[in-house]
Design a protein around this ligand. Sequence first.
Ligand SMILES: NC(=O)c1ccc[n+]([C@@H]2O[C@H](COP(=O)([O-])OP(=O)(O)OC[C@H]3O[C@@H](n4cnc5c(N)ncnc54)[C@H](O)[C@@H]3O)[C@@H](O)[C@H]2O)c1
Length: 420
Amino acid sequence: MRKPIELMSNETMNNKKIKLGLSGVGDFAEKCFIELFQNHPMVESLAIADVDAERLARIAEKFGIDVCYDSHSALCESDVDAVAIFTQRHLHGPMSVEALKSGKHVYCAVPAASSVAEVEELVKTVNETGLIYMMGETSYYYPSALYCREQFKKGKFGDFVYGEGEYRHDMSHGFYEAYQNSGGPNWQRVAGVPPMYYPTHSTSMLISTTGQYLTQVSCLGYRDKVDDKVFGEGLNNWDNPFSNETALFRTSGGGMFRVNEFRRVGDLTGNSVRMSMTGTEGTYQEQGEHTCLWTSLDGESVDLTEELKCGEPDIDPSEKVGKGIQYDFFTGVSKYHPVEQIPKEFFGLTNGHYGSHHFLVDDFCRSVIENKLAPNHVWAAARYTVPGLVAHASAMQEGALMAIPDFGDPGAQWQYLFED
Ligand SMILES: NC(=O)c1ccc[n+]([C@@H]2O[C@H](COP(=O)([O-])OP(=O)(O)OC[C@H]3O[C@@H](n4cnc5c(N)ncnc54)[C@H](O)[C@@H]3O)[C@@H](O)[C@H]2O)c1
């Protein structure tokens, strides 16, 4: 289990607080994150920004927020210490860079950026400013990822051989509404984003477990056949014809990793993100959220299904579900989650994505206050994001093998919040 390297005393923590600004008060921020940032003991004040004036006013009233800005840029010019970005996914790279260049620490929902050049610029800006950047990767905190990291650390897998990570989420399961929410009449232009441009739910689990990164890829795509003007040449900003993409990666330690990013998929299993992994000594296998199995060469065979299950959310999800927000956005925690590290102010507040939301907000706030790296810092975010961007380029060339640029590890000057 992850262990804090050294925690500040409560007294010190209570004396240091962050003025936080949140950019993009759409569905995810409203239903899942604003109340967490508002209630975190290290947050002194919360300002919000959105280009949609009506939405901004409604959210300000709902959460009793006095300080509002009409754009991300205006928020960046304000006196907040940190900015949490919840705008649409294709906007994240330049917005994160703008906030960092304005002297703000940055939390950003996934993915980190939409091109390799944007990721490069992001890493460079963090290096130059020395500010905290954390990507809000939910899957990093999934019970399966927590379990596999612990087993890997104990050497139970042996040497990593092969892994599978996938995110299966059909367009009809909330995506149409999510893209329409802010997309205007041309919402399809963004909805047709290449599936591999959103790879981090799949890649983060394996990369964070093994410590390896991805060096080469060959990827194939499924040319979409549905007539909804989303995927196809000329229909979206990327001229992307693929609704499903499957990539095979080489890992830096000589292993293999298969990733599926599916947006037309006849599967409504609750947990749309899953991983499986095989080493020379042991194997973890997962099918939906219903079967999780550990087996090893020395004869162990453990059904982990109940142990890794997350409890029910503390709220009634039906109050929050709607538009692009699904039932699986709301869950409690599993027995693998180190809930004792979470501030007591969060108990009873909405949690979601398999227990991850509370940890995301808490890790970011601690990271800023203690000036130490949280798990999904910019170098990790680059390693989760860039492989998908290159994978799509490979798919456009019918599986051509391509090298994946790597932006390295944090510099030696950085300290870490947690041991792993
Ligand atoms: N599991 C996960 O990690 C997970 C789940 C859901 C959503 N997300 C991510 O969260 C993000 C937000 O998703 P959502 O469904 O809430 O989107 P949304 O479209 O509902 O909200 C985005 C908001 O950003 C605002 N915005 C756009 N440009 C802006 C600017 N320049 N300044 C200020 N505001 C601006 C829009 O007006 C809108 O209100 C997305 O990036 C999505 O990928 C992640």
